[in-house]
Design a protein around this ligand. Sequence first.
Ligand SMILES: *Cc1c(COP(=O)(O)O)cnc(C)c1O
Length: 365
Amino acid sequence: MKVPFLDVRSAYVELKTELDEAVARVLDSGWYIFGQEVDRFEKAFAEYTGTRHTIGVGNGLDALHIALLAMGVSEGDEVIVPSNTYIATWLAVTQCGARPVPVEPDPITLNIDPRRIEQSITSKTKVILPVHLYGQPADLAPIMGLARSKDLRVLEDAAQAHGARYRRERVGGHGDAVAWSFYPGKNLGAFGDAGGVTTNDAELADRVRAIANYGSRVKYVNEVCGVNSRLDPIHAAALAVKLPLLDEWNRRRAIIADYYRRNLPPSAVRVPTPHPDAEASWHLFPVFSERRDALQANLKAAGIETIIHYPIPPHLQRAYRSFGFRKGAFPIAEALAETELSLPIGPHMTLEQAAYVCAAVADSQ
Ligand SMILES: *Cc1c(COP(=O)(O)O)cnc(C)c1O
């Protein structure tokens, strides 16, 4: 048996007629920037996430970067980020000229530990940037409480958390703004790069919209030095077709995740334990083992594709060498990078494939 890490093509095949029709409609319209396809998806995604505003942008990194710019983050400022995350979270901060201040995760939930945030806040801190890593919502209530008491803004990185819920509410409207990626492999994915920002704050939404469009609200009138980062109508039209299927696709992911949690041998791997207030979107299914590299090799030999998320934590990347972080400075993030392995999961994976993966993990002990 072959088990691919994620079969993105099957999502297309499932909705082929509607997707082909939507893309053809855009091509035929002669309207290729902004327009009604973008408006329609923005409204639908705002409704889905229970927020007032969605602003489509070019990709997830831009969503983070532009939201930080709209919050006024600039040179000399500090932004609290998880020590364990994808590099994009940090790059968005350094693109503003600000400094990422890493905070270690709770080793159980794997998300930023709210109890460790306060000691990292200084007079330069502007924003707290939690990430809903692997699709498991971070513990937002204490983070929001702390931010309010210190007059800080909260930007969530929800690139892996489409449809996930925190205290029964979908991710999207808890923080001051939420950044999304619609990269093809995400739970809601386009046919190329795409992203968005959701917020309930009309002023912030207006700033995000202007910055993403050359810093301009009126054509050829530029108020700030913005960027060109827009959601293409082709992607918007495709995303609008896929959005109604997102909950069903996440439900299928949850069935695989449940199966893994019940059937993976605890003697071989540790499995994730989401926060009790959180309903995960199961973007990824991470397991942890001190024998991670051998396990990955054995699974590969059995035809099972796996990925490490992520092998090098941001503070040890060469890109951040000039920031002076040392090895050993963030031991929880470093241990996760040495032991993590993401097993295949997705809405088109079968329980037979999941059973095969569990058997292969048991065999490789
Ligand atoms: C995918 C991802 C991003 C970046 O999204 P792109 O659309 O690839 O730019 C940011 N943060 C996290 C946690 C991600 O997984």
